[in-house]
Design a protein around this ligand. Structure first.
Ligand code: GP9
Ligand code: MN
Length: 438
């Protein structure tokens, strides 16, 4: 066991990217509000359908001078979907190659996660707001191990015949009713809002639609996706209005991210014409581009802009902790700060495919790498480019090693053998969310 952990620590030390002085501590002492945009893909940003902006509010936020907006940010989830995204953002480790880490290991493993780190280092109160029952994805148990002080699940929200859709309370209702709880939280707080309405099968009742006209492809999932995304956008506008009128906005850093794709590869050819691409020309590279999701950091006084850095969900935790003024050197986190000059821009997908700032590398059915140029989407013949071929092999080894390291840490529960100095291990018995009975 000792050697396992020694390997982990030496890798983590080599991987460490020191904070950028320009940003370190910029959000020190501010509330941190994380908004999890369910199934929300980057292509929706600035997109129009039938002459209507799909997400006018998010577009305005994306282009706001106080928002750092990323346009080469990818989700990196596996089968654990939402729970994998949460896991990466909270712990800085990947999900599992199969299944959900939350479900498989979340009740037993030792975590050194965001709520505990922020709580212990900077006195943050932490809370999650979510319109589904607390047991879904084993959250009830996992959040205790992560040190979340509060978990407001479905049982905390008012219910009526039409208040829920799919996986839970509709976003507008969940966000507006969260306000009364948010106001009571001791500041600074670290609060996460997990939306649900923009979820497959993307069927919004007419009474929840403000008149947005769906596209009319032959695929009702594709059509509905734009409508539920538009609904989510409206819900966020209302939520921001509240944050502003309550004054919370002025002392908060608000972080928004898409957890994973909403439209799957099998649906993408039906989406293609709406993106100006012929369905017959749609290929694996196009599918990989669809794995881009929003990542935005919004805060009054933050010098923002569109940031083209390549990164993914694994990189969020060190980025946010550095903004909060907490150094990450001693923590076992496998991504790197997106704002650091030493950030590592290789984006790792859970299936071992990957993206570099210039190339996208996807394995075919035989496991052979297919390499595409990001700029043009054209495929590169590796046999005609032995130097690139060598580089791809080197990158692939790096990717495989990183995922293997993550799996070792998680499967062997290695963090129970290593406590960062100044950190107190979390005792789940200290937490009780009173939401087990539904
Ligand atoms: C369920 C919600 C959806 O509570 O977070 O999870 P997903 O199906 O996207 O993994
Ligand atoms: Mn999800």
């Amino acid at each position: 066991v000792g050697t396992d952990m020694d390997d982990v620590l030496s890798d983590v030390e080599q991987n460490y990217a020191k904070p950028n002085k320009k940003y370190f501590g910029k959000a020190k002492g501010k509330n941190i509000i994380i908004i999890h945009l369910e199934s929300f893909q980057q292509f929706l940003i600035n997109d129009k359908v039938n002459g209507q902006e799909v997400t006018p509010f998010l577009n305005s936020l994306y282009n706001d001078k106080n928002t750092m907006s990323f346009d080469n940010f990818y989700h990196e989830v596996g089968q654990g979907k939402t729970s994998d995204a949460e896991n990466m953002l909270e712990t800085g480790l990947f999900g599992l190659p199969e299944g959900s880490l939350f479900t498989k290991l979340g009740s037993d493993n030792t975590f050194q996660a965001a709520p505990a780190i922020l709580g212990q280092k900077e006195g943050y109160t932490s809370a999650v707001f979510h319109g589904n029952t607390g047991t879904f994805w084993n959250r009830n148990s996992v959040y205790k191990n992560m040190g979340y002080d509060y978990f407001f699940d479905a049982s905390y929200f008012h219910k009526s015949d039409d208040s829920s859709l799919g996986f839970g309370i509709k976003d507008k209702l969940m966000l507006s009713e969260s306000v009364k709880y948010l106001e009571q939280l001791q500041q600074p707080f670290y609060a996460k809002f997990i939306t649900v309405t923009n979820h497959y099968p993307f069927q919004l009742p007419d009474e929840d639609n403000d008149g947005f006209t769906a596209p009319d492809t032959n695929n009702s999932t594709v059509n509905g996706y734009f409508v539920t995304a538009h609904y989510l956008d409206n819900a966020l506008r209302e939520f921001f209005d509240y944050l502003k009128s309550s004054g919370i906005y002025d002392n908060s850093m608000i972080v928004l991210y898409g957890d994973h794709y909403g439209l799957s590869n099998s649906q993408n050819p039906d989406l293609a014409p709406l993106l100006g691409i012929n369905s017959d020309d749609w290929n694996d590279f196009n599918n990989s581009q669809m794995q881009k999701v929003p990542f935005m950091i919004h805060m009054k006084g933050l010098k923002g802009g569109i940031n083209h850095t390549y990164g993914g969900e694994i990189d969020v935790l060190p980025t946010l902790l550095h903004l909060a003024g907490i150094n990450t050197k001693q923590y076992v986190q496998l991504g790197t700060d997106l704002l650091s000059k030493e950030h590592n821009p290789i984006v790792i997908f859970r299936n071992k495919n990957f993206v570099t700032p210039h190339y996208t590398v996807l394995k075919d059915n035989e496991g052979n790498p297919q390499v595409y140029r990001n700029k043009t989407g054209e495929q590169v013949d590796l046999d005609k480019d032995p130097i690139l071929k060598q580089k791809v092999a080197k990158w692939q080894k790096y990717v495989n090693d990183k995922l293997k390291l993550s799996d070792t840490i998680n499967n062997k529960n290695l963090l129970r053998f290593y406590t960062p100095s100044g950190f107190t291990p979390v005792n789940p018995k200290d937490y009780d969310y009173q939401n087990e009975i539904q």
